[in-house]
Design a protein. Structure first.
Length: 317
């Protein structure tokens, strides 16, 4: 497949089922495609908004794709964008290895490529990525428990969708952090919530029912949406405040839940910084101003005490 030069970058929210969409008001620069793993959760919706703003600043044409949590669709979308002709690609892979064949086509066409939020493995050459350190973030969640529950704790863990690098890394960090806390911190349940609030709520309900005689002291969730689901399950059985809920990704609804005491802490992974850095780096590569490189954003824990440090804090004022 041969790529073609030209175009610009702006963005619009995708209608359901659409693979590719441009905003009517278009700039006059390079054409960059951004393929999101999904546009159905707050994290990527916010990242999309930030990409649109950065695109206007960079004066490029933004083509936005929604993979709808499907590796098959994401591979097809990437190949379609390559056929239509783009100057660079920014991709948030649904799966750590499933997208490799499609991205190998991008690499073979010498189209600048960077992944965001997650990495991809199995490509012919390593693909640079911009992401928060999810292992460190997972460890932060576990360390909140070991630091604040010094007498020990029974912990349930609701993981992300198997196969994504973020799910793999956050689980690794949680396991490492709890192990470092010693034998008095026990992982009593672990199940995937598939990044979905409703699914995580159901998982939490099942865990709380099965362990009703001796419920967990804390529920660690690999995403903010899942933390909200778990918090709802905890609240429904009258244990708000007694079972601590910890999560990952500090978007406004989660920050309000922290303010209101439904969630004890959330890992901030700075999605605006991630997508703006990835997009800027891709454009600079096209323009011959810089090379692509891997950038790791350091996460930190947000609680009631430092709520104002969250990237989206102004949205709850």
């Amino acid at each position: 497949m041969k790529t073609q030069k030209g175009g610009l970058l702006c963005s619009a929210v995708l209608a359901a089922g659409l693979t590719l969409q441009l905003t009517p008001a278009m700039a006059a620069g390079e054409k960059i495609v951004v393929n999101f793993q999904t546009l159905s959760i707050p994290y990527f919706i916010y990242m999309h908004e930030q990409a649109a703003q950065e695109a206007k600043t960079l004066n490029v044409e933004l083509l936005v794709q929604d993979a709808q949590s499907s590796s098959t669709k994401q591979s097809s979308d990437v190949e379609n964008a390559l056929t239509q002709g783009v100057d660079a690609m920014v991709v948030a892979p649904n799966d750590v290895t499933a997208l490799a064949p499609a991205l190998n086509e991008v690499l073979s066409e010498k189209v600048p490529l960077v992944t965001v939020d997650r990495r991809v493995e199995g490509t012919d050459v390593p693909v640079p990525y911009v992401t928060a350190d999810s292992v460190a973030g997972g460890r932060l969640m576990a360390e909140w428990v070991t630091t604040n529950m010094k007498d020990g704790a029974r912990v349930a863990f609701i993981a992300g969708t198997a196969g994504s690098s973020t799910a793999i890394d956050r689980a690794k960090g949680v396991h490492e952090g709890l192990k470092a806390g010693g034998s008095k911190f026990k992982l009593v349940a672990e199940q995937s919530g598939e990044w979905e609030r409703a699914k995580a709520m159901s998982v939490a309900e099942n865990i709380l029912t099965s362990l009703s005689a001796n419920p967990p002291d804390a529920i660690i969730c690999a995403s903010g949406d899942m933390a909200l689901g778990a918090a709802e399950a905890v609240r429904a059985i009258g244990l708000k405040g007694k079972i601590k809920v910890i999560g990952f990704d500090a978007y406004p609804e989660v920050l309000r839940a922290i303010r209101d005491g439904d969630i004890a802490g959330i890992v901030e992974q700075s999605p605006s910084k991630q997508i703006r850095t990835a997009l800027r780096m891709a454009v600079m590569k096209v323009r011959g101003e810089a090379e692509l490189d891997t950038v790791i954003v350091q996460p930190f824990m947000v609680t009631q005490e430092n709520l104002s440090q969250a990237e989206q804090y102004s949205a709850i004022q």
